[in-house]
Design a protein around this ligand. Structure first.
Ligand SMILES: Cc1ncc(COP(=O)(O)O)c(C=O)c1O
Length: 487
């Protein structure tokens, strides 16, 4: 019996290679049913591996039904018919109707696996800019009474210390607050709680891709309402409400992701009027509101709302720690109970450890200073980013100035596609987000989103410069292609 030569540099283990070699010979009929395999020591000698490697290979083959080990007699190939496939056949799952849209429609990031040197795609506050040190010091204090955070569940609404601190910070009644594992979970639970089968949800166009992903995988009808420099076009929303069974509006009114637009007070008032007229729930995602450069954004919708239409979400992923996965939801009236019931059905409550940690951090009074420093740093980075765009942007490349947040929305020159721009840049290790991912249906193919929040200003500006050069090259290529006569 021959085993193909083992490749000691291969990423597969020697055990896996022996398993594969033997399995193939059994499958191909080279090793006949009933034939005896070498002893463990014999095979180990033959292929120069340790006996333990052969033991593991034989065990794996026996578990999968290819061979039989008979005590005192030896190891034999099982009948081919009797042998189970190496891995359970899961194709039956494809026939199971789940009511969801095709998984292929979910906008996973196409360049997620490339080797990224400078990531301008992710809207994440990088290491060094968030309060990791004070958090880790507070974390040590839990070792004095580990049971308090490790041997108990949280109440569904959340840990008292955190709720108290958030209530004080946001000036919202404690009874209105529920802690969730990030804004993403809050968004999911809100849609579960307030949008039923056959109903629709309106979102901004473009919008945060995580929200699209969430609503799409829930099988909801999603309508996109364009955004301009004053935020969501409420006139278009009102018109859509006449035509479609819209139940909820998802909005990021402060430093909207991806455009950075801020919804004006005028539009906020109009939105609440539309909500009242059409009995809508407004899901206000205020993840970026604290990260203004100079002036804070207008009063949150939740504070303006008198009729219990607005469900407010404040995440701490951008100001304290994305790893802690903590957000607070404010919701009034009967909706509070409904949201709580769905939160309970989902996970009973968020982890005690991270709630207690963020609670203690807020209680320590360090957040305002942390956010103040962050704002200053973000303004520096933004200024450097815009200066680079002003210097290097080719004709036709347009960016939209922002007053806060992390993102810059860029329109590419006519003819230059977002996907090819993303691809070309990825070859240089620079990752930007294709704007296509921020649309539900009408993919324009003409926008990219960059984030300027990178710990190294020089690397960030070099990457922005490279984006400009790449777009210029692509535009030039398009121009030449247009001039070339077709055959
Ligand atoms: C608009 C918006 N909402 C929600 C999230 C996700 O937030 P969390 O980490 O709190 O789940 C993000 C993340 O970037 C975001 O931009």
């Amino acid at each position: 019996m021959e085993i193909p030569a083992l490749d000691r540099d291969h990423s597969d283990s020697l055990t896996d290679q022996i398993v594969r070699g033997l399995r193939n010979q059994i499958k191909d009929g080279v090793l006949k049913p009933g034939s005896r395999l070498p002893s463990i020591r014999g095979l180990a000698r033959q292929v120069a591996v340790s006996p333990m490697t052969v033991v593991k290979a034989y065990e794996s083959l026996e578990t999968d039904g290819w061979i039989l080990r008979e005590h005192g007699r030896g190891t034999f190939v099982k009948g081919r018919e009797a042998a189970a496939p190496a891995r359970a056949d899961t194709d039956w799952q494809l026939a199971l109707v789940d009511g969801l849209p095709s998984v292929a429609d979910v906008p996973f990031n196409p360049t997620a696996n490339v080797d990224v040197k400078v990531n301008l795609a992710n809207a994440v506050i990088g290491a060094g800019m968030l309060p990791a040190e004070p958090l880790s010091e507070l974390l040590q204090t839990f070792s004095r009474d580990p049971d308090a955070v490790l041997s108990t569940y949280s109440s569904t609404a959340g840990e008292a210390i955190l709720i108290r601190a958030v209530a004080e910070m946001l000036e919202i009644d404690e009874k209105e607050l529920i802690i969730t594992s990030g804004a993403q979970q809050a968004t999911y639970i809100a849609a579960r709680s307030f949008v039923g089968p056959g109903q629709a949800i309106a979102v901004e166009a473009p919008t945060y891709m995580g929200a699209i992903e969430c609503f799409k995988t829930m099988g909801l009808h999603v309508l996109q309402i364009p955004v301009d420099e004053e935020g969501m076009r409420i006139d278009l929303l009102a018109a859509a409400c006449e035509e479609f069974p819209i139940r909820m509006v998802y909005t990021v009114p402060a430093y909207q992701n991806p455009t950075g637009a801020v919804m004006s007070t005028r539009r906020r008032t109009q939105l609440l009027e539309v909500a009242e007229t059409h009995r809508l729930v407004v899901l206000e995602d205020d993840i970026w509101g604290d990260l203004y450069f100079k002036e804070p954004p207008p009063t949150p919708l939740y504070k303006m709302d008198r009729g219990g239409h607005v469900v407010y979400v404040k995440s701490f992923s951008k100001t304290v720690s994305p790893g802690c996965r903590i957000a607070a939801v404010a919701v009034r009236g009967h909706f509070h109970k409904r949201f709580l019931a769905n939160k309970s059905a989902m996970d009973l409550g968020s982890p005690v450890l991270t709630q207690a940690l963020v609670g203690r951090f807020l209680e320590s009074g360090q957040l305002p200073r942390t956010v103040e420093q962050l704002r200053r740093r973000l303004l520096q980075l933004y200024t450097a980013c815009i200066a680079t765009l002003e210097r290097d942007a080719p004709d036709g490349l347009v960016w939209y100035p922002v007053q806060g947040g992390l993102t810059v929305w860029i329109r590419l020159p006519a003819g230059v596609r977002a996907n090819e721009t993303v691809r070309e840049l990825s070859y240089h290790g620079v990752h930007v987000l294709s704007g296509d991912l921020c649309y539900m249906n009408e993919v324009l193919g003409q926008f990219v989103r960059i984030t300027f929040c990178h710990p190294d200003t020089e690397q960030m500006t070099q990457a922005v410069s490279l984006l400009c050069a790449t777009v210029k090259r692509l535009a030039e290529r398009k121009r030449l292609a247009r001039r070339r006569p077709t055959l």
